[in-house]
Design a protein. Structure first.
Length: 288
């Protein structure tokens, strides 16, 4: 069992959990993740240690409230509660070497996964610029990023309440691709790295490809066990089937089959919506 030492909402739909998990804290490297099961009858979801203390034995997870599980975590977990399972560290650490000048991009809560990687790359002697594009009330880790890397660029998009959420998300994609284009036109980068929704990763990749800059992307397919046993996280990279949980989650963006990744990510959308709607009734006191 893993005790929640600290829990706070740090931005709209973004919750910070500091958790006692010594076996993860001892070994985790930037780029790795954990699989969390927070409730007895709950599902397993992949999340990323953002910060850790090897001696004190804690990790920090920052979780975007997306569907039923993350909404239940935000609504029901309290400081002092214990999380049932945290498996990890899982996946491969990112490559730690001197690439030179790096542009590390995080869309929405993806920036929390960029943080440990960008910080370590900077500490290794790379010149790291981070770019965070998100909705205005969802800004996280601004100060931490500014302290960790050479330059942190924050681009915020206002939420237009007269428009649907997917319409608003298109504005984030637009700002993201425009800003990346502007940066690549002005400056030379040796590597672009990105974490965010697959559609945005592909949109950014299309821009980066025009400039011929190497790009890596942290992929987010659906995961179940996170240890290579089920294939739920399979992705096609360079024409071969790979399991993101053991072969990734970081891959060469030029080799990823983005169409397959994006279509597989939407496979459970109807069931996810139903689970969320049922849970909304519980939250509103209507029972299940
Ligand atoms: C390697 C990795 C690291 C991640 N790290 C973080 C993090 O640090 N912070 C954070 O907020 N989110 C992170 N995510 C995304 C997070 O796992 C999903 O947002 C979460 O599973 C959604 O669960 P839900 O039930 O609330 O939403 P729903 O949309 O209802 O999800 C239902 C199911 O779909 C799967 N699923 C849905 N969306 C995703 C997705 N984008 N990625 C993976 N599985 C998904 C889940 O496994 C879950 O079983 C990470 C994903 C991966 C693959
Ligand atoms: S999540 Fe099952 S093989 Fe990767």
């Amino acid at each position: 069992m893993y005790k929640i030492l600290e829990k706070k909402e740090i931005a709209m739909r973004n919750t910070w959990y500091k958790i006692h998990a010594p076996h993860v804290a001892r070994k985790v490297q930037p780029g790795q993740f954990v699989i969390v099961r927070a409730f007895k009858n709950g599902e397993r979801i992949p999340l990323t240690p953002v910060m850790w203390d090897r001696e004190e034995g804690w990790i920090v997870l920052i979780v975007f409230t997306r569907g039923k599980t993350t909404a239940r975590m935000a609504a029901e977990l309290r400081e002092g509660d214990e999380i049932l399972n945290i498996a990890g560290p899982l996946g491969n650490p990112v490559e730690m070497k001197k690439f030179g000048k790096i542009l590390a991009i995080g869309a929405y809560t993806g920036i929390v996964e960029v943080y440990p990687i960008a910080k370590a790359w900077q500490e290794l002697g790379n010149d790291v610029t981070t770019l965070h594009v998100t909705f205005e009330p969802m800004v996280v880790l601004k100060g931490e990023m500014e302290n960790a890397v050479g330059r942190h660029i924050l681009e915020t998009v206002q939420i237009d309440m007269t428009k649907s959420f997917p319409e608003n998300m298109k504005n984030v994609t637009k700002r993201l691709t425009e800003k990346v284009r502007e940066l690549l036109e002005k400056e030379h980068f040796d590597l672009v790295f990105m974490v965010g929704p697959s559609g945005d990763q592909r949109a950014v990749f299309e821009v980066v490809k025009e400039f011929g800059v190497p790009m890596k992307a942290d992929l987010h397919p659906i995961m179940v066990d996170g240890t290579g046993m089920c294939g739920a996280c399979r992705v096609t990279v360079g024409g071969e089937v790979k399991f993101a949980c053991i072969d990734g989650p970081e891959f060469d963006a030029y080799k990823v089959d983005w169409d397959v990744l994006i279509s597989r990510s939407g496979y459970y959308t109807d069931m996810e919506m139903m689970a969320m709607q049922e849970y909304m009734k519980v939250l509103q006191g209507g029972g299940q």
